[in-house]
Write a protein that binds this ligand. Structure first.
Ligand code: NAD
Ligand code: MG
Length: 394
């Protein structure tokens, strides 16, 4: 590919966003940060705009956009500042944009990711919530828009790398028996059921292997992250729930595996650094220097594996159940989880209150077919209300 690619980075100030800019900065001949977006962190995006000189910057609120605009004006920048969800959708579909890094956290990332898919962009999908909420609609948008979908989540990126090169309609057509999703097990892997009742937010935020945003870090501690990734794998690889197995692998060196019918198991290994999957997706099909240090197998010395425990970590079970139920169930699971995680981060509920709240919201919800985006968004909102009500009585 000779032409320089214009990349729009949604969620530029987050962990994935800053790692993406790090990789882009290593390859100025190949990539231009054409647009950067953030929720409210004006200071952080201002610095990024000064360094990368994007054509556009988008903030969620008008106030944040105004404050960024005046800072950029004073700095003599020509970056144009927009705000709001429709501006995000416009940038995702902008004719000058070649690739979209979808790295907003949570349900807020759904609409821009859909817009990028419909407009046939190269979609680098970090926002797993998009596939959890609206997997069927999103995959349809990718197909209809002739978009190129490249998974950023390290497990799915690993699977993508070791899947058969030719496109197959089903896993079996490609000779694939199962996909094996690895999970670090999070900071509470060895805690007993009793101990889990009393773990703190600080402990939950202290992930053993990965540096990530707060929401996904809590999801990793509850294993909801792995649950969301099971649903993500279902849509990305057309895998049935029984074809997706979770393997706890505390070292986070094997990022996932594919088992073939002949008994071969192919894995992708590397240091736990998101710049590897980001560089892979940015450069695909070429390989690029990502800045990630070489894997030192002698130093790692051993790789361990164990089965996940759905009794101590009910969120993983809840995600499999939501996937089996289908329709709007995964969107409800996701919305209830977002409310629960934010309540836990605000010290309003205990750690084990997270699965309790989600289970309660899911069991009371009416599941519908996820036929339109409006149905999905309505289910998301209703689940948030139900979760807020649960909080009032618990
Ligand atoms: P983060 O919290 O570090 O960053 C989130 C970004 O989204 C920020 O730029 C923030 O400004 C923006 N944002 C937040 N709420 C918004 C809203 N309502 N509207 C618009 N923008 C908003 O999160 P992260 O760790 O970078 O994760 C981003 C996404 O990537 C998540 O979906 C996560 O599950 C996924 N992911 C992250 C990692 C990782 O290593 N961090 C790995 C795999 C997948
Ligand atoms: Mg992951």
């Amino acid at each position: 590919m000779s032409k320089q690619q214009n990349v729009a980075i949604f969620g530029a100030t987050g962990t994935i966003g800053t790692h993406t800019l790090d990789v882009i900065a290593r390859h100025p001949d190949r990539f231009r940060a054409y647009a950067l977006t953030a929720n409210a962190n004006v200071e952080a995006i201002f610095k990024q705009c000064v360094t990368f000189e994007p054509a556009y910057a988008v903030m969620l609120s008008e106030g944040a956009a105004e404050s960024l605009r005046s800072k950029l004006r004073d700095a003599g920048s020509s970056t144009q500042v927009l705000f709001g969800m429709s501006a995000l959708e416009e940038i995702a579909a902008h004719p000058e944009v070649d690739a979209v890094m979808a790295a907003i956290v949570g349900a807020a990332g759904l609409r821009p990711a859909m817009a990028a898919a419909r407009s046939g962009k190269r979609v680098l999908l970090a926002n797993k919530e998009t596939l959890v909420m609206a997997g069927s609609l999103f995959m349809q948008a990718v197909e209809e828009g002739s978009a190129t979908l490249l998974p950023i989540d390290s497990e799915h990126n690993a699977i993508f790398q070791v899947m058969p090169a030719r496109r197959c309609d089903s896993l079996m057509d490609g000779g694939v028996k199962r996909v094996l999703l690895t999970a670090s097990g999070g900071p509470f892997r060895t805690k007993t059921e009793d101990e889990l009742q009393n773990v703190t937010c600080e402990q939950a935020l202290n992930h053993p292997n990965w540096v990530m945003g707060p929401k996904i870090t809590i999801d990793s501690a509850t294993l909801m992250n792995k649950g969301l990734e099971v649903i993500e794998a279902h849509w990305l690889f057309n895998a049935k729930p029984e074809q997706i197995e979770v393997v706890v692998h505390p070292q986070s060196v094997i990022h996932s595996m594919v088992e073939y019918v002949d008994g071969s198991v192919l894995a992708q290994l590397g240091n736990p650094d998101m710049r590897t999957p980001i560089a892979y997706a940015l450069g695909y099909p070429d390989r690029l220097d990502s800045g990630v240090s070489a894997l030192d197998l002698m130093k790692i010395a051993r790789l361990d594996f164990e089965a996940p425990d759905i009794v101590r970590f009910p969120c993983l079970r809840l995600a499999y159940e939501a996937l089996e139920r289908g329709g709007t169930a995964p969107a409800i699971l996701n919305a209830a989880n977002e409310v629960a995680v934010s309540a836990f981060l605000d010290r309003k509920i205990h750690f084990m209150g997270i699965p309790r709240m989600i289970e309660s919201v899911l069991s009371a919800a009416v599941i519908q077919e996820a036929r339109t985006l409006d149905t999905v968004i309505a289910a998301d909102l209703a689940a948030r209300e139900a979760a807020a009500e649960w909080m009032m009585v618990h």
